[in-house]
Design a protein around this ligand. Structure first.
Ligand code: 13P
Length: 347
């Protein structure tokens, strides 16, 4: 492990005013999102969508790094330029999703364990040779009656830590993503209790496996009430609860935190990150930013719908969301920025 190289990459990923763009949907997930909008579920469509994203004008103003999928990291733009070269030339760090998905956890109905450790050392070497400098592994934890189980938390935390150690051995910065899902009727307090338990176990396992905290990024969920909870807390309540748990559970040596969006609306994800920056940035020992997929891509995908004539308008929408989240990272986002998509991208 080359510690200073890992630390330098993590710093680039967490550059002030920037965040990460997750475009690493597996083929089934990408196809599912395309199907709901009537977009053909083909390799050509997926390539065209990913080209649209990475050729968005001035993307690098707000985006420090993108997370790609195995299919995407090998693809090229229409003019033949490899995606990885285009991103490197723009100063955007390339990352890669390396887990192979969440599978049912034996003996624990309704719970999942993320797989992909077999052969990971060799796959990481391959991705590093193509140009990846960081990686991502996502574990999912559900809240429900009797859930999550100790077994689910322990197994996922262990896998995340083993993945992270392998990444650092290969010179890649690991993004460690233990996602507590929004599905359910639980309260904000319920999410706080489970998130605290999960984060404690994850950092315990990272310690056991000897992972360098300064050379990794945590990708947690924001603390939110369940989608079916009758009481939806305010921006400030969400911001305060999230920061309280992170401060209690995360070591100060950690390089940074980059939130997933988890199915929130694009505007709410920006507003909640902004509230955290405005209210708490001064007391955080680590960088705090975004690593959104849906909250950056979805509005643009709904405009594109597979149509070549919609590319520029979709890129404006994508650039706008990236700019809103860049502002939110700095605590300068406001609702007034919404509805100004064209103006923001044209300045
Ligand atoms: P969302 O922002 O859509 O939750 O996706 C983030 C991600 O990378 C999921 O692994």
């Amino acid at each position: 492990m080359n510690a200073s190289e890992l630390i330098d990459t993590a710093r680039l990923m967490l550059a002030p005013g920037k965040g990460l763009l997750a475009m690493d949907e597996s083929t089934p997930t990408c196809n599912e999102r395309f199907a709901s909008l009537g977009i053909p579920q083909t390799e050509a469509s997926r390539r065209a969508w990913r080209e649209l994203i990475i050729t968005t004008p001035r993307l690098a103003d707000s985006i420090s790094g993108v997370i790609l999928y195995d299919e995407t990291i090998r693809q090229r733009c229409t003019d033949g330029t490899p995606f990885v070269k285009l991103l490197n030339d723009a100063g955007i760090v390339v990352g890669i999703k390396v887990d192979t998905g969440a599978k049912p956890l034996a003996g624990h109905a309704g719970e999942k364990i993320t797989e992909g450790l077999d052969g990971l050392r060799e796959r990481l070497q391959g991705y590093s040779a193509i140009g990846a400098r960081f990686a991502k592994w996502r574990a999912v934890i559900s809240i429900g009656p009797g859930l999550p189980s100790t077994a689910c938390i322990a197994a996922n935390a262990h896998a995340l830590a083993r993945y992270a150690a392998l990444c650092q051995e290969a010179g890649l910065v690991p993004i460690v993503e233990p996602e507590v899902l929004m599905m359910g009727g639980h309260t904000l307090q319920g999410c706080a209790e489970v998130s605290m338990q999960v984060l404690h176990e994850v950092f315990e396992q990272l310690y056991v496996q000897g992972v360098l905290l300064e050379g990794m990024v945590l990708k947690p969920n924001m603390l939110l009430p369940g989608l079916n909870c009758s009481h939806q807390d305010s921006l400030d309540e969400v911001a305060d609860a999230t920061v309280t748990v992170l401060l209690r559970a995360l070591p100060a040596a950690l390089a940074g935190v980059a939130f997933l969006s988890g199915g929130q609306s694009a505007e709410l994800a920006s507003a909640r990150l902004n509230a955290m920056s405005q209210r708490h940035k001064w007391r955080l020992p680590w960088a705090l930013t975004f690593s959104f997929a849906r909250a950056i891509q979805q509005p643009a995908l709904e405009i594109w719908r597979g149509g070549a004539a919609n590319v520029m308008q979709a890129q404006r929408a994508l650039g706008h969301r990236a700019a809103c989240n860049s502002a939110a990272q700095q605590g300068t986002y406001s609702a007034a920025m919404e509805g100004m998509g064209n103006a923001i991208n044209d300045v």
